[in-house]
Design a protein around this ligand. Sequence first.
Ligand code: TTP
Ligand code: MG
Length: 405
Amino acid sequence: MKKVVLHIDMDAFYAAVEQRDNPSLRGRPVIVGAPPDRRGVVATCSYEARIFGVRSAMPSCEAFQRCPQAVFVSPDMRRYQYASEKVFEIFSRYSPTVEPLSIDEAFIDVSGVRRLLGSPRDIACSIRSTIRDELGLSASVGIAGNKFLAKLASEKAKPDGCFEMPDDRAEIIRWLGRLEVGELWGVGRVSRKTLENAGLHKVADIQRCDRRKLAGLCGQRFADHLVNLSFGIDAREIETVVAEKSISKETTFNRDVSDRAGLLAMLLNLCDEVGSRLRSQGYTAQLCRIKLRWSDFKTITRQQHFPSEICDDFSIRELAVELFNREKLVAPVRLIGVGVAELNNRHEQQQLLLFDDQKEEIRKRERISRAVDNIRAALGDRAIARGSCFAGQEQPGNALRMDSQ
Ligand code: TTP
Ligand code: MG
C-alpha cells in the first residue's frame, strides 16, 4: 500500500482566531504579541500584515515601524488552545494516525483510509472545508509520500491552499534541487552557515556534492540525513499519540540550546501548560514524561510515576525537573517536551488517596493551581506570564511565578 501523508497547518493561527472572534479585525493587518511600546515579540500576524514584512519572532517595535496601521492584540492562549483542540478533533475523524507537531499543525497518515474516504486530494479538501465550516478558520494542506515532502508541500500551499507533491521521482528531485539548503528539515541557522560557507547553497548542491566531503563538514550521520532528504527520502513513521490517553506539550527551539537554566525555564512553562490542560479536561495523571531531542535528532524520553494521582502544576514541575536533572546534556537540545499519562477522571482520584496529610497536600496544590487557572481566565493568559526568554515564545506581561505565591 502506498504511503500517503498529509501535513496540515492552520493559517496565521492566533491571528485567524482573533479575526474570527472580532469581525472588526477581518481584512486588516493584525499582530498578535507584545504591544509595540513594550519589549517583546510578535507571536504571529495576519497575512494582511505579512505584506509589510511583519513576521513571527520579530520585535514588536520593529513590527510597528513596518506596519503602523496594524492592530496589536495580546495573546489569549486559552482561546487558541480551545480552537486547537477542536481542530485536532476534526483530524481524528479522518484517520486514527495523527501526529501533533504543535498547537496548529499535524501529520496525518491517510494511507489506510483512502478506500473509505477517497483520493488524498479529496480527503484534504474535506478536512479543509470542515475546518472552515465548523470553526471559521483556514488550513493549508500538503500531500506527499512522506513527512518531509508533505511539510514542504503545505508550505507551498500557504495560505489557504492544498498542494500535492508530484508522483514522479525525477520531478521531485528536480523540484527539491531548486530549494535553499536551509529549507531541509533539521538545517538550522548554524548548519546552514556551515553548508553555505562550503559553497553548498541549494539542495541541488547537496545532491551533487562529494559524500565524504559532506561527512567531513557536518558528521556522517547528519550528512546521510541531508543526502536522503535532498533526494526526497524520509523513512520516519507518523508517531501517533492518540492510542493512549495523555496530554503533552513540546517546543522546538529556533536555535539549539545548551544552557541548562534556559532549558529548565522552558520545561517549567511546559509543565504549567500541561497542568492547565489536565485540569481543564477534568483528569488526574499518574505518569510524568519528559522528552529531549538532541541536535543530532536522537530523541530520549524518561518517565516516572507520581507518588499519587495528581492534577496540579507543582507535582508535574517537581517530577519533570527531577527527570531532567538526571540527564546529562550530551549535545545541544533541539526540542524539549513534557507529558502526563495514565489519566483518570478526577472524581475517581479522591478515593485512592490513602493518608490524610497526603490528601491535604494534594488538595492544597490543586487549589493553588486552579486559582492560577482562574486568574488567567479572568485577566488573560499574560496575567501570570510563563516567562520564556526564547524568540517567538516570549509572552508579554509581568512575571508572576507560581512558586512565588
Ligand atoms: P505557525 O504555524 O508557524 O504560524 P501561523 O499559523 O501563525 O502562520 P502560518 O502557518 O500561516 O505561516 O505557528 C502557529 C502559532 O504558533 C502561531 O499562530 C503563533 C505561535 N507562534 C509563536 O508564538 N511564535 C513563533 O515564533 C511562531 C513561529 C509561532
Ligand atoms: Mg500555522
